[in-house]
Design a protein around this ligand. Structure first.
Ligand code: NAP
Ligand code: F7E
Length: 345
């Protein structure tokens, strides 16, 4: 069979409108997949991160198709899977904010924990031999039992989010062991990008540093500056998700850079890029503290390197510069618009 005669592979992504979903859609489309995404009905547009694919409605890439659905609606998930007949399912949809999970613990559990089993059940019900990826998280290590953290490190989640993700992690393994499903967990450490949500600490910092540089704000309020994270680039990490589903056997993998930095170090790098001293602008606000904190995350991705041949390409400094440069362009545009408005007679 020639390359052209090969059937087009179909992927279904929950959370396609999020940071990772949009990078994964780019990645899979570039590899010739037909990509189907689950989107939630919203009163305003929530497809901004897909706009570069979706720019002109008349030129919409027919290989990208969006379906209304929600991880809280099992019947809807089953209907979409039956209609799409995916070869690969990536479960990236989640209430993904750790601090918010303390305010909405039951909802977070409904989406992140029960949502995953709804999707696994829908898949099992249809009997399709689709491969399944679960977006597991380094937050499951929480109060870490060893450093660096690897696949064998015991879990100790420290938030409703971490607990919900741990439930989904074990159900993914349970469905693999009970029903022989090709189901994998990617235990991903923090990964960021210019498409990162603006309330996560990295993007909050790069947005503020650049807006301060452009005279649009003066102060940035943050919580715990001592927390340390293993921050990588989302564009690198989605490749690892795909690689997991291309193996002969399903398995679970840590995906991380192997380097840890504090929030202070991120501040140094981001404010340094725009020629400012963060100490002049940052105030600590205890409202941003969490009832329980994850102090240190540092991943050992040796298994992913060895078995998947995966390696991160973007370094910490490259990542900070990429995010700052993107946000600086946004801040300049905002300043120009604001000045034009102020100068209007
Ligand atoms: P994100 O930007 O917050 O995106 C979350 C996605 O989930 C969005 O598309 C969101 O839709 C969707 N979603 C939320 N509630 C839903 C529901 N009830 N039903 C269906 N979809 C729903 O998150 P991300 O950073 O891309 O992360 C992707 C996944 O990896 C998440 O599961 C996250 O928990 C996990 N993870 C992330 C990291 C990280 O550092 N980024 C690390 C480890 C694991 P809307 O656009 O409509 O809100
Ligand atoms: O916080 C501290 C905060 O919200 C990082 C999610 O993608 O990665 C992410 O979870 C650290 C924490 O990410 C502020 O206390 C200080 O120690 O950017 P974050 P996270 O909690 O690590 C994991 C792997 C996921 O799976 C999650 O989905 O920064 N911090 N001041 C702050 N954090 C925020 N958000 N805002 C602050 O003002």
């Amino acid at each position: 069979m020639s390359e052209n005669d090969k059937p087009i592979r179909r992927a279904l992504i929950t959370g396609i409108t999020g940071q990772d979903g949009s990078y994964l859609a780019d990645f899979l489309l570039a590899r010739g997949y037909q990509v189907h995404g689950l989107i939630r009905r919203s009163s305003s547009f929530n497809t901004g991160r897909l706009e570069h694919i979706y720019q002109d409605p008349h030129e919409t890439d027919p290989r990208l198709r969006l379906h209304y659905g929600d991880l809280t609606d099992g019947a809807g998930l089953r209907e979409i899977i039956t209609r799409v007949q995916p070869d690969e399912v990536y479960n990236l949809g989640a209430q993904s904010h750790v601090r918010v999970s303390f305010d909405q613990p039951v909802y977070t559990t409904q989406v992140d924990a029960v949502g995953a089993i709804r999707l696994l059940e829908a898949l099992r019900d249809t009997g399709l031999p689709a491969r399944f990826y679960q977006a597991s998280s380094s937050e499951m290590f929480g109060k870490v039992a060893q450093t660096p953290q690897r696949e064998t490190t015991p879990f100790h989640p420290r938030s409703p989010y971490g607990c919900a993700k741990l439930y989904a992690y074990w159900q993914t393994i349970n469905y693999r062991e009970s029903y022989g499903m090709f189901a994998c967990n990617g235990i991903l450490f923090n990964h960021e990008s210019p498409r990162r949500g603006e309330t996560f600490v990295t993007r909050k910092i790069t947005r503020a540093a650049t807006r301060i540089a452009e005279g649009l704000q003066d102060t940035l309020y943050l919580g715990n500056l001592d927390a340390r994270r293993d921050w990588g680039f989302a564009g690198d990490f989605v490749e690892a998700m795909w690689l997991m589903l291309q193996q002969d056997e399903p398995d679970d993998y840590v995906v991380a850079t192997g380097q840890s930095h504090s929030v202070r170090e991120f501040l140094d790098a981001a404010f340094g890029r725009v020629g400012l001293n963060w100490q002049d602008h940052v105030r600590v606000d205890r409202r941003y503290y969490r009832p329980a904190e994850v102090d240190l995350l540092l991943g050992d991705a040796a298994k992913a390197r060895r078995k998947l041949g995966w390696r991160p390409r973007v370094t910490f400094d490259d990542l900070v510069n990429m995010m700052v440069d993107h946000d600086w362009a946004l801040a300049r545009e905002e300043r120009v618009v604001r000045q034009a408005r102020e100068n209007r007679p």
